[in-house]
Every structure is written in structure tokens, then in C-alpha cells.
Design a protein around this ligand. Structure first.
Ligand SMILES: Nc1ncnc2c1ncn2[C@@H]1O[C@H](COP(=O)(O)OP(=O)(O)OP(=O)(O)O)[C@@H](O)[C@H]1O
Length: 325
């Protein structure tokens, strides 16, 4: 039964339920369930290899799940008769015929999807490619290809938009433009779902987050709720005598945990990093001084969204520099 919004219009949601997919015995997506709501930008986050692209491809019916379902406004995307007019997607910006012009590429798609020709010029204008519309796509930069991919997604003026790593290859001006575009599309009531492996890209763009790691759901909540997980203030302390300092700080009522990301080396001074909670920086400095322990770093740390993301996904990172799992 399709959901309806307060104005009585069908609210187009993406619903993923117990979705599972394996490749050659290794699980890429593992009993994944979440809902993406209209009128909001939802960020789909996870480290490299987490299963984001595979999930997006299953939502679009380009990949068949081993089990579970993915529906767009209540029906599997492939059984929807409106195609590009129902959902637009940017998956792989390179996956276009390089010998054609942007206009020819979009015109062919418009024709096969029953979309009026005028939309081609409108979307080219919208993404800033109108001036290069007649040039061969093969000569486009990655950023220009991303813009063309977005133009393709917008062509059918669809209520649902899915973008896989749209910010890849964009320059800072392009990133800002994209952020504003996503916000506007959501403000128009559309369902906007975009993937990224970088939290920083979502910080000023997303309203909601779906975070996955190793194919499994880690969090599905508002950005504000997610951020609240990361508000653990503390002090980062560098020292070559981490064990001694930990004992001193613990005796004074603080907690000290190794502060380095898994698999990274001590810094160039040979010092280790501790993340200390429960004592302010000046007190830590005084205790270290009292015990003649030299500190190489003392930084008060207001935990950020990035920290919440790193903490939550630390165990699901597939490849860690210098370490084989
Ligand atoms: N066609 C395929 N054949 C074999 N393995 C695959 C295939 N597609 C994906 N995988 C594997 O499935 C897992 C999930 O990959 P996926 O591309 O969905 O992750 P992702 O979160 O999009 O990663 P990234 O951020 O690196 O793009 C990875 O381990 C990947 O190697």
C-alpha cells in the first residue's frame, strides 16, 4: 500500500527489506533494511567496499538480490512503467558512449523514455553543460561527466533520485553547486539518496543518514541524532611513555584509550597517542609534569560527525594501510 503525504499525494519512498547479496561466497550486502523518505536528502555512507553500490544497483533492479526486497513507492523499480520519469540515477559517470555529444546522448534517452525533447536543453542548462553540449563526451573531465550523469538523472523530472558518489572528481565550486542542487531537489519534495564514503561530504548536505559497514546496517537516523553519538569531548595526548601516563591518569579518575586509528603507525616523533576523557587538558599537563612525563601533543578535542563515523565503522573497514585482515 503506497504511503500518502498530508496533501494526499503518494509519497515516494525507497524501502529496502532484508536485502542480501553475495559474490562468490563473500557477502556484499547482508540482511539490510532501511527506508528513505521524500522531501529530505538522505546520505548513504560506508567505507570502501561496504556494499553501497551493490545496494543502489539492487534498488534499481540492475542486480538481483539473493533474498530480500527493494521497492520504490511500493513496487520493485523494474516493474514501474515510468522508468526514467519515476527514478533518476547516477551510478557510474564513465559508463557513457564517449563518441557522442552530450546532446545526442540525452536526446536518445529522452526518445526511448517518452520524455519531451525540450528537457534535454533544460537539464544541460541546469547542470552547466549548455556551452559544451555539442562536444564529444569522450573529451569531458570527470567533473563534467558527473554533471552529465546528473543531467541524465534529472531528465525525466523524477520524484526519486539516486546518486552514487556524485561528488567524485568535482572541484570545490562544483561541490557547492551540487550541494545546493540536492537541497533544492529535496525541498521540491523529491526523495534524494546519495552515497559517499566521506562523512565530510554529508555534513552540510544530508538530513538523514543510512550508514553501513561490511554490508550491514550500522545506523539509520537523522544527521542530528547521528552527530549526538560523536559528542564525546576529550583530550588527545601524545607521549612516548603511554603506559606510565595511562596509569597516572587512570589513578586520577580519567580514562585513556589508544587514540590512533587501527593499523596506523606512531607519529614521526615515535610517540603514541592517547585519547583521554574525564580530565581537562590543563590537569593532564599538570599530572604529566608532576611525573616528569614529556608530552608531544595536548589537544582538546570536540568530537565531530567524522569521529562518530570513524568510531562506528572502524570494525568494518575492508582495507587498512599496512595491514591485511
Ligand atoms: N560484480 C562483482 N563481483 C564480485 N564482487 C563484487 C562485485 N560488485 C561488488 N563486489 C564486492 O562486494 C563488496 C561491496 O562492493 P560495493 O561496490 O557495493 O561497495 P561500496 O560501498 O560501493 O564501495 P566503494 O565506496 O568502494 O565504491 C566489495 O567487497 C566488492 O569487492
Amino acid at each position: 500500500m503506497p504511503r500518502r503525504n498530508p496533501r494526499g499525494r503518494v509519497a515516494v519512498v525507497i524501502e529496502v527489506s532484508e536485502l542480501t547479496k553475495s559474490y562468490g561466497g563473500s557477502v556484499a550486502v547482508d540482511h539490510l533494511s532501511f527506508t528513505v523518505r521524500p522531501g529530505r536528502v538522505t546520505g548513504f555512507l560506508g567505507p570502501n567496499g561496504a556494499g553501497k553500490t551493490t545496494t543502489l544497483r539492487m534498488i534499481l533492479g540492475l542486480e538481483t538480490p539473493a533474498s530480500g526486497t527493494a521497492t520504490v513507492s511500493g513496487v520493485p523499480f523494474r516493474s514501474h512503467p515510468r522508468g526514467l520519469r519515476h527514478a533518476g540515477a547516477l551510478l557510474d559517470a564513465h559508463h557513457v558512449h564517449g563518441g557522442r555529444s552530450a546532446t545526442a546522448h540525452l536526446s536518445a534517452l529522452a526518445r526511448s523514455n517518452g520524455i519531451p525533447r525540450r528537457r534535454v536543453d533544460e537539464v544541460l542548462e541546469e547542470v552547466g553543460l549548455a556551452r559544451v553540449a555539442k562536444r564529444r563526451i569522450g573529451g569531458f573531465s570527470l567533473g563534467m561527466k558527473q554533471r552529465l550523469g546528473i543531467a541524465t538523472a534529472l531528465l525525466g523530472d523524477p520524484p526519486v533520485l539516486l546518486f552514487d558518489e556524485p561528488v567524485n572528481g568535482m572541484d570545490p565550486e562544483g561541490v557547492l553547486w551540487m550541494r545546493r542542487l540536492f537541497r533544492r531537489l529535496a525541498a521540491e519534495g523529491r526523495t534524494v539518496f546519495l552515497s559517499s564514503h566521506l562523512m565530510s561530504e554529508m555534513e552540510n548536505t544530508a538530513d538523514d543518514l543510512v550508514v553501513i559497514g561490511r554490508g550491514r546496517l550500522i545506523a539509520a537516523e537523522s544527521l542530528a541524532d547521528f552527530a549526538a553519538r560523536g559528542t564525546r569531548p576529550g583530550v588527545r595526548v601524545g607521549t612516548r611513555r603511554a603506559a606510565e601516563l595511562t596509569a597516572v591518569l587512570t589513578a586520577a579518575g580519567a580514562s585513556a584509550a589508544p587514540g590512533r586509528a587501527k593499523g596506523t603507525s606512531p607519529d614521526e616523533t615515535g610517540a603514541d597517542t592517547l585519547f583521554v576523557t574525564g580530565l581537562p587538558a590543563d590537569r593532564i599537563a599538570a599530572l604529566a609534569h608532576e611525573h616528569h612525563i614529556l608530552l608531544t601533543e595536548l589537544t582538546t578535542h570536540n568530537a565531530s560527525l567524522e569521529d562518530a563515523f570513524m568510531e562506528l565503522t572502524a570494525d568494518s573497514i575492508e582495507y587498512v594501510a599496512g595491514e591485511t585482515r
